[in-house]
Structures are given as structure tokens and as C-alpha cells.
Design a protein around this ligand. Structure first.
Ligand code: DQA
Length: 149
């Protein structure tokens, strides 16, 4: 049986979750979130791989070399600025969900804009770490449906 593979990409400063602005981002660490996703992946029968970088070019490289059928990405601050990440997503055409721990629309104006949102299959923002697990359930369902059709 060939397993679905979903890649998770976390952008800059998300390696500091747990201590970074817990009012916005909660108290779970990135390792906690990755563990939760891997466990949910096991239940769903999906292979999960995770990647975090503080560097735009490394995120672009990761997207260019994706070998997954779906992507969950929290581009963090690059959400609001990165033409390079947008272009990489356009180049590979892998279905992706944009996620944010915080509700970016309730925050400063500059966070209301996303460079990739119009290409995303879906966006989930504001549920803390649950934004990722909801995204995984959603993209898994979508990929299963598109496999059948
Ligand atoms: C974030 C929101 C961004 O505006 C911010 O720069 C982040 C995290 C979130 O998950 O809520 O680093 O993407």
C-alpha cells in the first residue's frame, strides 16, 4: 500500500515556540506540535515529515524539492513579504494549506496580507496548534478524494 506523504514547513521564529509571545502562540513547543502531527498522521495512515527554517532561501529549496503529495505551511513572517516563496509554490503546484497559530486578521494591518493565500487550497488561522491538526485532517480528506476521482 502506498502511503500518502504530507510535508509540514514552519517558517522563521517558530523554533522559539513555547517561550515566544505565548499570548499569541501558546505554550507548546515546535517539537510538541510536530509530535502531535506525526501521531495524527499515524492514525490517518499518512507519512508526515517536518521542516523548520529561519531562512527564506532554505524554505524555497525545500519547496522546490518536495516529494510529498500535499503541503502544510506556516510561512510565519514570510507570509506577508515573500515573493520568492510564492513563486516556489507556483512552480511546484503542490496542493497546500496555509496555517497560522494566531488569527492574523485580528492583529496589526501588515499581517492581514498574505502573499500566498490566493493559491492555497485553504487557510486556517487562530486555533493555535490545532490550526495544524485541522489542516492535516482537511488536506488528507482532499487528497483521498482526488485519488478516487
Ligand atoms: C504566524 C503569524 C505571522 O504574522 C507571524 O510573523 C508569525 C507566526 C502565526 O502562526 O500566527 O511568525 O504565522
Amino acid at each position: 500500500m502506498s502511503h500518502l506523504h504530507i510535508q509540514i514547513i514552519h517558517g522563521p521564529n517558530l523554533n522559539m515556540l513555547g517561550t515566544r509571545e505565548p499570548g499569541h502562540y501558546g505554550s507548546q513547543t515546535l517539537a510538541d506540535i510536530d509530535e502531535e502531527l506525526i501521531q495524527l498522521g499515524d492514525k490517518l495512515g499518512v507519512r508526515i515529515t517536518t521542516f523548520q527554517s529561519n531562512h527564506e532561501g532554505e524554505i524555497v529549496d525545500k519547496i522546490q524539492h518536495l516529494d510529498a503529495q500535499g503541503l502544510i505551511i506556516n510561512p510565519a513572517a514570510y507570509t506577508h513579504t515573500s515573493v520568492a516563496i510564492r513563486d516556489a509554490l507556483l512552480a511546484v503546484q503542490v496542493p497546500f494549506v496555509e496555517v497560522h497559530l494566531s488569527n492574523i486578521h485580528k492583529r496589526e494591518d501588515f499581517r492581514h496580507k498574505s502573499m500566498m493565500v490566493d493559491m492555497a487550497m485553504a487557510v486556517i488561522a487562530g486555533f493555535g496548534s490545532q490550526s495544524y491538526t485541522l489542516a492535516l485532517r482537511g488536506i488528507h480528506h482532499h487528497l483521498l478524494q482526488s485519488k478516487q476521482s
